[in-house]
Design a protein around this ligand. Structure first.
Ligand SMILES: [Zn+2]
Length: 437
């Protein structure tokens, strides 16, 4: 087994803890001096108060909402979130702004290179090597999506093919034309490419993709298997975001995601209290501190990503902490008729047992005093009317077992639901106060 950084990826646990604590204290002190947000937020806490990893609890979490407020002050447009001289900033990125005003993220050349290095760990772990010609089926813009992938692929020695400004058919032709053998995309868009290829009379497995790295959405095991089957390739997952960077990735053992230590200090906290670390196998909220990025410091950033804490050992030999699975955004967990519901459960059921369903969406609405949950499912066009009816009945039954909720299942005509090239929006909460991203 080989590693991108053999030394850093196989350290003893105590050494990781020691290094991360030391980096954390340095970031803490730096942020307190150079970031207006942390000058105020960390007032009254001294770095001498942080002697062990247990002492982190003394420091309040950083929430996205409070960051917006500090962004309003000088210097424009980063305000009190910037912790470098503005003339040192070399790259602008921003969050999508689906939940409010976007956060503008400044990177200096140094901090950007730090992000790229962390990404190299993710790519190398997923088996990307210099012989890969990697196709990126996106037009890049102000969002961070795929810029890191682009530069990290180059650093690793892969050959990078930017695939923007083409429609899906054009991208499929390009992959064939130049014999690309690697790809990075959202799981949803991967499935869409497979569907479109089939419609063009091309077996997606014949495209020649060997490795696929997915991002942007929680990917159930069943969706990953479906992509592997369709493209006859290895599919890997990773997790990250514009603010905290990409902080965990899947290795070739495909058994959970390795936290990229010691680049990030990641805590997985109980979702109700946001206080204590959960046990292995339990769900918690990921709280991330990037340990080497100075332009935009984040101390204990609440990612609002729900993950299952994993074990520490791995057959690949890496010794970093792992997460077993990404559950989804905490905002996506909803109470429907008193039952806690995660849209990922529905995706898992459909991708695993309903290969005849091409696309779907879920809608929750209030009718009178009742919550009504509807699944709009789009079957494969080759299905006969009687098999559509059978699928509908099976869906009803399987969803009831998996979620404890009775779904109103509607079978739609093929091609009627939207297709997504980035993050899919398959869940709509139309009740009063329901959030829609
Ligand atoms: Zn591993």
């Amino acid at each position: 087994m080989d590693y991108w950084n053999p030394y850093l990826e196989t350290l003893p646990r105590e050494t990781y803890d020691e290094i991360e604590l030391s980096y954390f204290r340095t970031m803490f002190s730096y942020a307190k001096v150079y970031s207006k947000l942390y000058q105020e937020k960390l007032k009254g806490i001294d770095h001498e108060d942080i002697r062990t990893l247990d002492d982190l609890k003394k420091i309040p979490l950083t929430e996205k909402e409070e960051m917006r407020k500090y962004q309003e002050i000088d210097p424009f447009p980063y305000g009190g979130l910037l912790a470098s001289n503005i003339e040192q900033v070399t790259t602008f990125r921003q969050t999508s702004g689906t939940t409010g005003k976007p956060i503008y993220v400044p990177e200096t050349y140094e901090s950007w290179q730090w992000r790229i290095e962390a990404w190299c760990h993710i790519l190398y772990m997923a088996g990307f090597r210099p012989h890969h010609r990697v196709f990126l089926p996106f037009g890049y813009n102000v969002y961070v999506a795929f810029w890191e992938a682009h530069f990290a692929s180059e650093k690793l020695g892969c050959e990078l093919v930017p695939g923007g400004a083409l429609d899906t058919k054009g991208r499929i032709h390009k992959i064939l034309e130049i014999r690309a053998n690697g790809m990075m995309n959202t799981p949803t868009y991967g499935l869409h490419i497979a569907e479109e290829a089939k419609a063009m009379g091309i077996d997606p497995a014949s495209l020649g993709i060997e490795r696929m790295l997915c991002a942007g959405e929680p990917m159930p095991q069943a969706t990953r298997s479906r992509l592997e089957e369709a493209f006859n390739c290895h599919v890997f997952d990773h997790i990250g975001g514009t603010e905290p960077c990409a902080w965990a990735g899947m290795c070739e053992a495909k058994d959970g995601l390795h936290i990229i230590e010691p680049f990030f200090l990641v805590e997985i906290l109980d979702r109700e209290t946001l206080q204590k670390e959960v046990e292995e196998g339990e769900i918690g909220v990921a709280v991330v501190t990037p340990l080497g990025r100075r332009s935009f410091p984040l101390i204990r950033f609440n990612t609002k990503d729900l993950v299952v804490k994993g074990k520490h050992s791995c057959s690949c030999g890496r010794t970093s902490k792992k997460i077993k699975e990404v559950v989804g955004r905490i905002d996506d967990l909803r109470k429907v008729r008193g039952v806690l519901f995660s849209p990922k459960t529905v995706e898992e059921v459909i991708r695993k047992d309903f290969h005849e369903i091409e696309e779907f969406e879920m809608i929750v609405e209030r009718r009178g005093l009742m919550d009504v949950i509807t699944l709009r499912a789009e079957p494969n066009p080759v299905l006969t009317i009687s098999s559509i009816e059978q699928t509908k009945a099976r869906l009803h039954e399987s969803l009831k077992i998996a979620t404890n909720l009775t779904f109103n299942v509607i079978m739609e005509t093929p091609g009627s639901l939207p297709r997504y090239t980035l993050k899919a929006k398959r869940f709509k909460d139309l009740r009063e106060g329901g959030k829609n991203e």
